[in-house]
Design a protein around this ligand. Structure first.
Ligand code: S3P
Length: 177
């Protein structure tokens, strides 16, 4: 397979895809793209308003369309994708065509800490945050792992060390699949 030279960051909401992704692009002269941001700009609407007005399925269709479009333009990019995007099988295949897929793994404890003040994510609104995270994580973890070329642990780690995990995976030849 002739894969593109992009890095795709997947993982649960709050796993650090955007901050780590921006760090990689700053330090390695790459371009940063984020599917949520892409969708919000394209439809000129916040994700939470898309969920409220059109429902989750419409948003998921927008995500699939977004990665098809990004595949046409991304070269040497870091692409952070929404936490639910890898759930669809077609999306997991599209991601593999787009570049090296990196799963940022974070513990539920860490996610609870990072998401406790968040109001932008409709799937976490109301109710018990830890229970919501646990139940979504149970449904998704195997799919994240299935989609991933590399799994990078994030709890308490420095970005330099997380990036080194990606580089060593590339160096041992996973891109030659
Ligand atoms: C979602 C994650 C969000 C955003 C939407 C749904 C999910 O993106 O796409 O709120 O289903 O996990 P982040 O992972 O960037 O927060």
């Amino acid at each position: 397979m002739n894969r593109k030279n992009n890095i795709i960051l997947i993982g649960f909401m709050g796993s650090g895809k955007t901050t780590f992704g921006r760090w990689i692009t700053r330090t390695h002269n790459m371009e940063f793209l984020d599917t949520d941001e892409y969708i919000e700009n394209k439809y000129n609407k916040l994700i939470k308003d898309i969920f409220r007005d059109s429902g989750e399925e419409t948003f998921r269709d927008m995500e699939t369309q977004a990665i098809k479009e990004l595949a046409q333009v991304c070269d040497n990019c870091v692409i952070s994708v929404g936490g639910g995007l890898p759930v669809r099988e077609v999306n997991r295949s599209l991601l593999k065509e787009l570049g090296i897929v990196v799963y940022l793994e974070a513990s539920v404890d860490e996610l609870v800490k990072r998401l406790s003040k968040d109001t932008s994510r409709p799937l976490l609104a109301g109710g018990n945050l830890r229970e919501k995270i646990e139940s979504l994580m149970t449904a998704r973890e195997a799919l994240y792992k299935d989609a991933a070329d590399v799994i990078v642990k994030t709890d308490g780690r420095r970005f330099e060390d997380m990036y080194a995990d990606i580089v060593s995976a590339v160096n041992i030849g996973i891109m030659e699949d």
